[in-house]
Ligand binder design. Structure first.
Ligand code: GLU
Length: 512
């Protein structure tokens, strides 16, 4: 019988969730849904020195925003609770002791000075990567070198110790990565990693393997930075005798800086002016802050679509995918091996596509809220009209109100630069006549009618309208550029347009 697919996202709560982490969560989610399995979230908080308050809530909120919440998690526990490693602390020691018992791990009593001295000795002997391994451990203070009685006495006296894995001297470790294919490593290149720390906490390596086993994880989908640890993990599965249920591995390609030169970091975002985190972040303890995609105006479905393409593609030309469509199209085989360059222009493009696909009614609440922030009250109908005017021209919802607020608020000032160039006698003649026409007009008024009347007015005065169009815009909106002017007229109505023209005529000075 084949096992139910169970995957996990296992972040450490050390700060805001980086975009690479969100992508890992998304791929796990897509894979679980595609395979009809479960998506778990486990908080890996065994390194208490790196714990940052608020980070767990941030992770939860980020996934909720994207609509990819886990099926089992600390805040929604399933059968494998608890889902925080700090709460699973009591269970790890026995597993480490089992490995000691079986001869796959050992106690080590070396002080930090002794470890430092070892590194210095090896460096002096020109060893490139000085490490605690199958050769050097023979010269250190551990249960492999000390007499059994002494080990017992040291343990009994409460002397601090760690438990290290005993990496075999000569063994080829193999794993078949779903993305990279066969990966082969000689055990001689691995070091005797610490499994249990002196504070009684397990390290990532031990806790990760034990928990993946106890939580029946079938596939480990995680960032490429964990590939070097995978051979150790394979060995641990073997030492525990869990080879039959060892998960399959898929190591995701790195997210690279826009120029492809190295890993994308928080500093790149700060430097180049774009977010690399899903949500705004503020560390209450050290005051560290970071900008988020959500607060910058990215729509969650657009951001999700963008994220899916950072390392995966469907194998054809399609780019716009809803979450349901992503689940349908997703496969690990179509994840690339090489790093993906981060391209903020692409994120913006996705946002524009999603913004345009939304109905005016859906986007109206953004405009109402943005106006309200500035103390301006507008009704749904007005907001929808502003959306219609701006939707094709903007990247973010906030630009709708910014770019159309003059529709609601009549200008009291005019762009002096444009006025200096365009407010001439011809423009004044046309505008005066147009205001008169509008004041006497009682029929239906829409964009087309507004345009026809304006054209007729110019013609009657035997003037070319084209040259005065910017002055007409200036009179009614106060600025020289913006969305379709006749649509604006239609929204404002004859009376308001005429009133604004009269105000401009009375305010602006004609250039010679
Ligand atoms: N806690 C690790 C991290 O923060 C998880 C790595 C893994 O998925 O095995 O990325």
């Amino acid at each position: 019988m084949s096992r139910e697919v169970r995957v996990r996202f296992a972040p450490s709560p050390t700060g805001p969730l980086h975009i690479g982490g969100v992508r890992t969560a998304l791929y796990n989610y897509l894979f679980a849904r595609k395979m009809g399995g479960k998506f778990l979230l486990r908080i890996e908080d065994t390194d208490q020195t790196r714990f940052v308050p608020g980070a767990e809530d941030y992770i939860k909120e980020s996934l909720e925003w994207l609509g990819i919440s886990p099926d089992e998690s600390p805040w929604n526990p399933g059968d494998c609770a608890p889902y925080r490693q700090s709460e699973r602390k009591p269970s790890y020691m026995q597993y480490a002791l089992d490995l000691v018992e079986a001869g796959h791990a050992y106690y080590a009593f070396d002080t930090s000075e002794e470890l430092e001295a070892m590194r210095e000795r090896l460096t002096a002997a020109r060893v490139v990567q000085p490490q605690y391994n199958s050769i050097t451990r023979t010269q250190m203070k551990n249960s492999l070198t000390l007499p059994e009685e002494e080990v017992k006495a040291r343990l009994a006296s409460g002397e601090p110790y760690v438990i290290r894995v005993k990496i075999p001297r000569k063994e080829e470790v193999r794993l078949n990565d779903m993305i990279r294919g066969w990966v082969m490593v000689q055990s001689a290149t691995l070091d005797d990693k610490v499994l249990m720390k002196s504070d009684g906490m397990p390290t990532y390596h031990l806790a990760n393997i034990v928990d993946d086993h106890l939580m029946n994880i079938t596939h480990v989908i995680r960032g490429e930075e964990w590939l070097p640890s995978a051979p150790l993990h394979v060995l641990l599965y073997k030492f525990f005798g869990w080879e039959d249920t060892m998960p399959e591995f898929a190591h995701l390609p790195l997210l690279l800086k826009p120029d492809g030169n190295g890993k994308l970091s928080k500093r790149d975002g700060d430097k180049l002016g774009f977010p690399v985190f899903p949500l705004n972040w503020e560390n209450k303890v050290d005051g560290d802050t970071a900008a988020g995609f959500r607060e910058q105006g990215y729509l969650s479905d657009a951001f999700l679509n963008f994220l899916a393409f950072l390392g995966w593609n469907p194998g054809d030309e399609r780019e716009i995918f809803s979450l349901e469509e992503l689940i349908e199209a997703f496969s690990v085989e179509r994840i690339g091996k090489s790093g993906t360059k981060f391209d903020i222009a692409k994120a913006k493009w996705f946002n524009e596509q999603y913004l345009r696909a939304k109905s005016n009614a859906e986007l109206a609440p953004y405009v109402i809220a943005d106006a309200a922030k500035e103390g301006v009250t507008i009704i749904q109908d007005t907001a929808e009209a502003l959306v219609a005017l701006m939707k094709e021209r903007v990247t973010f919802p906030a630009e709708i109100w910014q770019g159309s607020r003059f529709v609601v608020e009549a200008p009291t000032e005019f762009d002096q630069d444009i006025a200096g160039k365009r407010w001439n006698a011809d423009a004044v003649t046309i505008l005066t006549a147009y205001a008169e026409t509008l004041e006497g007009y009682t029929g239906d008024f829409d964009a087309e009618k507004a345009k026809a009347l304006l054209g007729e007015t110019a013609e009657a005065k035997e003037l070319k309208l084209g040259k005065s169009m910017q002055a007409v815009r200036l009179a009614v909106t106060g600025v020289g550029a913006g969305p379709d002017l006749m649509e604006i007229f239609a929204i404002l109505g004859t009376e308001e347009v005429a009133k604004r023209i009269r105000f401009a005529l009375a305010t602006l000075e004609v250039i010679g």
